[in-house]
Design a protein around this ligand. Structure first.
Ligand code: UT7
Length: 319
């Protein structure tokens, strides 16, 4: 039977770090409000010449090096992003070209902050079908470009970055189980309700969010989907070594761990340093914890996404 395993990871953050104090000089907010409501201390913001594909390229090079493969070994590229470089071609095609490879399929996947979990599940299914053997799966975002910097209720929450993994066919799992969900009836609580039409922006090109409604929804579904995955694998919460939920708000992460009965020490937190990087948040956190040695070979890691759509999902992976 064919399974898929994560054999390498990488990430990249723009050099420009913006602290809460720096934001407080530009708008009516404070370090205290941002830290107490969200846990965020700083975020990285892309320079004008950086795009999702350029951040994805840096993260991908690091993932390829850590996997010990050549770019030519990759036969599938999926990029999860809601902030693509262009309307088309896809960020995945631009990334493929930057990597100097061609021929294999490359496409973007749009599930907002659940994007990486959706993309990883998709790549796993491609590999388990036998059609592909070595996938590059990336979450890359420049959310700073779709923020209304006059809306203090949203602009302080997000940051830019990219994370990537190499997923390879293997006879041992790897990816143990996954579950994906969506409920489009909640589209209105988190959206960028605009488009381009006839050379102009139609609607609203900025991120709009009903924060408290998103908060409640996220805490409920992250708990539900974690239990769904554990039931699928016939495992208990104690069997999970690390929980990496989408990094939106420290209070959401802590509530999720608490509801599950998972000790705080098993929670990987990067939201304090990165803010919410949407589809990039989970692979960024995974790469960080693999590189600093917290996550070790054999560990079972629960990855969770939740975001606009509404979309949510989880993947249980053995490293
Ligand atoms: O990736 C998935 C998407 N995002 C999320 O998961 C985010 C989910 N939601 C949240 O994280 C929280 O709801 C927020 C952090 C967005 C807001 O926290 P809250 O505790 O729900 O605050 P609130 O929206 O109820 O606002 C409380 C107060 C308001 O003032 P009044 O009306 O009580 O006087 C806001 O105007 O805080 C005010 N406020 C701010 N004050 C200082 C809102 N933003 C700011 C700010 N600085 N940046």
């Amino acid at each position: 039977m064919i399974h898929s395993r994560i054999i390498g990871s990488g990430s990249y953050l723009p050099r420009n770090v913006v602290t809460n104090a720096a934001l407080a000089q530009r708008m009516d907010t404070s370090d205290d409000w941002i830290r107490s409501r969200t846990g965020i201390r700083q975020r990285h913001i892309a320079e004008a010449n950086e795009t999702s594909s350029s951040l994805a390229f840096e993260a991908s090079k690091a993932a390829i090096a850590s996997a010990g493969i050549a770019a030519q070994d990759i036969d599938l590229i999926i990029v999860a992003t809601s902030t693509p470089d262009y309307v088309f071609p896809s960020t995945a095609c631009l990334l493929q070209d930057k990597l100097g490879i061609k021929g294999s399929p490359a496409f973007d996947l749009q599930a907002v902050c659940s994007g990486f979990v959706y993309a990883l599940t998709t790549a796993d299914l491609f590999i388990r079908s036998g059609q592909h053997r070595c996938a590059l799966v990336v979450g890359a975002e420049v959310f700073s470009r779709i923020l209304d910097w006059n809306d203090r209720g949203t602009c302080v929450l997000f940051g830019d970055g990219a994370g990537a993994v190499i997923l390879k066919a293997d006879d041992q799992p790897g990816i143990m189980a996954s579950a994906l969900h969506a409920d489009g009836s909640h589209a209105g609580i988190l959206s960028v309700p605009g488009n381009i039409c006839g050379g102009k922006v139609t609607g609203d090109p900025f991120l709009r969010m009903d924060g408290p409604a998103v908060f409640k929804f996220a805490v409920r579904v992250l708990d539900e989907v974690a239990r769904e995955i554990l039931a699928k694998c016939k495992l208990q919460v104690d069997d999970v070594d690390w929980l990496i939920p989408h990094q939106a708000n420290l209070r959401i992460l802590e509530s999720t761990a608490k509801r599950l009965g998972l000790p705080h020490e098993k929670l990987i937190v990067t939201v304090d340093q990165h803010g919410n990087t949407s589809a990039a948040s989970v692979p960024l956190a995974l790469d960080l914890a693999l590189r600093d040695g917290r996550i070790k070979a054999g560990d079972k890691v629960m990855l969770q996404g939740v975001g606009g759509g509404f979309t949510w999902g989880a993947v249980l992976v053995q490293i």
